[in-house]
Design a protein around this ligand. Structure first.
Ligand code: DC
Length: 218
């Protein structure tokens, strides 16, 4: 099962709750990319496709252990959630060697079945044959307000105008890149969460999963 969509659409909580309700494993692919960005930041190497980046990628491991993110065995779950890491991640995810490292890893983790993948390209590139694919979206004001709330909950106080600008810039970067751009994957069910709370979104996702299960022969 895959859930893609732009920042602030409510993907993280929807994916977490959907996985919990189905007893599935959650693969937060954005967290994996953020883990790599953390390693790049720590190493102080330029975020461009070159020998230093390729070397670093070769020696870096990224694992998801429950809801923790481990980079070279170190728990970086909290450290990867800063605006600086978000920005660096968005730049790195446009580069071939970065996607070439994580896409096969994500496919291998998904191959076991019983997983909810969440990200930007999980239904279009990582697992285009997933049983159920969702594209979660919301209007820009709603997404900016949610993003601001998420940052505030982590003690980062940023004005709504600045958050809106950052969300729009991130949208442009994620949608315009030639490699695995954010798109609504063919066959994905569109869920617009602009006027839906988290419970209503979850209900909508579960209804669709139920519908597909009913119509799929064992
Ligand atoms: O969902 P997030 O904010 O944790 O994602 C961080 C960045 O990584 C964001 O710019 C989108 C990008 N990303 C991606 O390119 N492909 C994915 N499968 C997941 C995230």
């Amino acid at each position: 099962m895959t859930i893609d969509g732009p920042a602030g659409a409510g993907k993280s909580s929807a994916a977490r709750e959907l996985a919990r309700r189905l007893g599935f494993r959650l693969l937060d692919t954005g967290a994996m990319y953020r883990g790599l960005a953390w390693a790049v930041q720590q190493a102080g190497i330029p975020p461009e496709d070159g020998a230093p980046l390729r070397d670093l990628l070769e020696r870096t491991t990224v694992e998801l252990a429950g809801d923790r993110v481990l980079v070279n065995g170190r728990d970086v779950t909290a450290e990867i959630r800063t605006p600086a890491i978000g920005e660096l991640t968005s730049v790195l995810t446009a580069l071939d060697p970065v996607r070439d490292k994580l896409t096969p890893l994500q496919r291998a983790l998904a191959a076991a079945g019983g997983v909810v993948l969440e990200g930007r390209d999980t239904g279009s590139v990582v697992c285009p044959d997933a049983d159920v694919k969702f594209y979660l979206d919301a209007d820009i004001e709603t997404r900016a307000r949610r993003r601001r709330g998420e940052l505030a909950a982590r003690g980062v106080d940023v004005g709504l105008d600045r958050v809106r600008e950052e969300v729009l810039r991130r949208d442009r970067q994620d949608m315009a890149r030639s490699l695995a751009p954010l798109v609504r994957p063919p066959g994905a069910v569109l869920v617009d969460s602009t006027s839906l709370g988290p419970e209503a979104v979850l209900r909508r996702l579960l209804e669709e999963v139920e519908r597909v299960r009913c119509c799929t022969p064992p």
